[in-house]
Ligand binder design. Structure first.
Ligand code: SF4
Length: 460
């Protein structure tokens, strides 16, 4: 039996006799698009387009398992992340099992012997198949690198202004300070826990008392968030001690906050990096709130002259806390004590908070306050901010747009934001075969315009 990685590569590159594919139940199947390799939790391929028999093509996910039993053995049948799976790709088949997604066995459908495919996997399969490129990849290849960069910067500008207008709208309802805290909590939720974090911040008026100590606020935030484990006994000794101290506060308060408690099920904790765990993020937020000077410090940072190379470190110095008796020494409640203390915030998260929260919030205030000099200064910071960590959305976008081997230069946070905006505006509204997407046409027009008006790329 081949390794699962080889089977995934075979599927991704469609190293199959594609005209002769039949499901275990006998229906013919046409793979219009194999989907996009998913390197995170959930099915192996997202957004495939498949035609079963004579039915209309459908879009959904694909899971690759060596054997049919993997579906139940790995718990996919009860995992909501697998609810969109329309096809289970197997090495060997058997009889179709009722209640399963459609099943396709590849054992006799490879386009080359297994040994040859294994050699090919080591040599080539890590590259992106040419035919996964979207329809825009051709027009994008036709425009000059600086035009591509200008296009990304304009998309970044749209994204930045849209975030700023959300802050302005929130501030009209709740005030600038509350808008800031809602944005900051959302940012701390990272990609999977933005909503519960926002829900907590929305009730800040209920749970925040300015004289509270960090531990009291941590207990309150973890308690309201449904993130305080009830069972202390199964935790390492240091964690059990911390948890007892938080429970000492929370048990006295919890009835008073019954109306704003969140169910623990709202959080997505599976597959979370320890440094991004919401318990740790809330512990950090408790320190900021207890100290009470975060907004004033950010305003002072905004007024300082900071060279582009020092932007991340200077903001990190504003956001970093001195330390926490427990959280500086433990990644999570279940982790053993670390040999040396770790900061509660890293440079990667600072960039995300800067481009998604702090700069748009400051910019929206500058616009409302009619302070053009401040506004331009913030725009300069946004456009010169160093790139954030690469991620799955950016990698997939570069694959689809056919620019994987040609990332724009410079490649900064603004260009990354522009790329994400293109994905949201076009790829997410289309399908894997780019049906109805207007972006290729826009790129062509952009190229023509740039040729007529050189240097017209950026304007905020
Ligand atoms: S959906 Fe549009 S923007 Fe996305 S890859 Fe296809 S053509 Fe390009």
């Amino acid at each position: 039996m081949p390794p699962e990685r080889l089977l995934q590569a075979v599927w991704q590159h469609q190293r199959l006799v594609r005209e002769e594919l039949f499901l275990l139940d006998g229906r013919a199947v046409r793979i219009l698009h194999p989907g996009f390799l998913n390197r995170e939790g959930g099915p192996d391929f997202r957004d495939a387009v498949i035609q079963f028999g004579d039915a209309s093509p459908v879009s959904g996910d694909v899971e690759v398992d060596l054997q049919a039993g993997g579906w139940h053995a790995h718990g996919h049948d009860t995992n909501p992340a697998f609810a969109r799976v329309i096809l289970q790709v197997l090495w060997e088949g058997g009889r179709m099992v009722p209640g399963m997604p459609a099943q396709l066995a590849l054992v006799n459908r490879l386009d080359a012997p297994l040994g040859e495919l294994g050699f090919w996997l080591n040599a080539e399969a890590e590259t992106t198949p040419e035919n996964l490129s979207g329809r825009c990849s051709g027009p994008l290849r036709q425009i000059a690198p600086e035009e591509w960069c200008g296009l990304l910067q304009q998309a970044a500008e749209i994204r930045f202004q849209s975030k700023a207008s959300q802050f302005a709208a929130c501030a009209r309802q709740t005030g600038w300070e509350q808008a800031f805290w809602e944005g900051l909590f959302r940012g701390l939720g990272y990609k999977h826990n933005g909503w519960p974090m926002q829900c907590l911040a929305e009730r800040r008026g209920r749970w925040f008392l300015s004289e509270s100590a960090p531990l009291v606020l941590q207990a309150r935030l973890l308690g309201i968030g449904g993130l305080l484990p009830a069972d202390v006994t199964r935790l390492p000794a240091g964690s059990a001690n911390y948890l007892r101290r938080t429970w000492d506060h929370w048990w006295r308060e919890r009835d008073a906050y019954a109306d704003c408690q969140l169910p623990g099920s709202l959080w997505r904790l599976h597959g979370q990096r320890p440094a991004n765990h919401p318990q740790r993020r809330l512990a950090l937020a408790a320190h900021w709130l207890a100290k009470g000077d975060l907004i004033a410090k950010i305003e002072r940072w905004c007024a300082e002259e900071v060279p582009a190379a020092g932007l991340v470190d200077s903001l990190l110095a504003v956001l970093q806390i001195d330390g926490d008796d427990f959280w500086s020494w433990h990644w999570t409640l279940r982790s053993p004590r670390l040999p040396r203390p770790q900061p509660l915030l890293g440079a990667a998260r600072v960039t995300d908070l800067a481009v998604n929260v702090i700069l748009p919030w400051l910019w929206a205030r500058a616009v409302e306050g009619k302070r053009p000099k401040l506004r331009h200064g913030l725009e300069n910071r946004f456009f010169s901010w160093p790139a954030a960590e690469d991620n799955a959305v950016l990698r997939l976008a570069r694959q689809r747009l056919g620019v994987g081997g040609r990332p724009p230069t410079p490649w900064r946070a603004a260009e990354q934001q522009g790329l994400i905006q293109i994905v949201r505006d076009y790829c997410d509204r289309s399908n894997a075969v780019c049906g109805g997407c207007r972006f290729p046409e826009l790129v062509r027009k952009w190229g023509e315009l740039a040729a007529e008006n050189p240097g017209s790329a950026k304007s905020m």
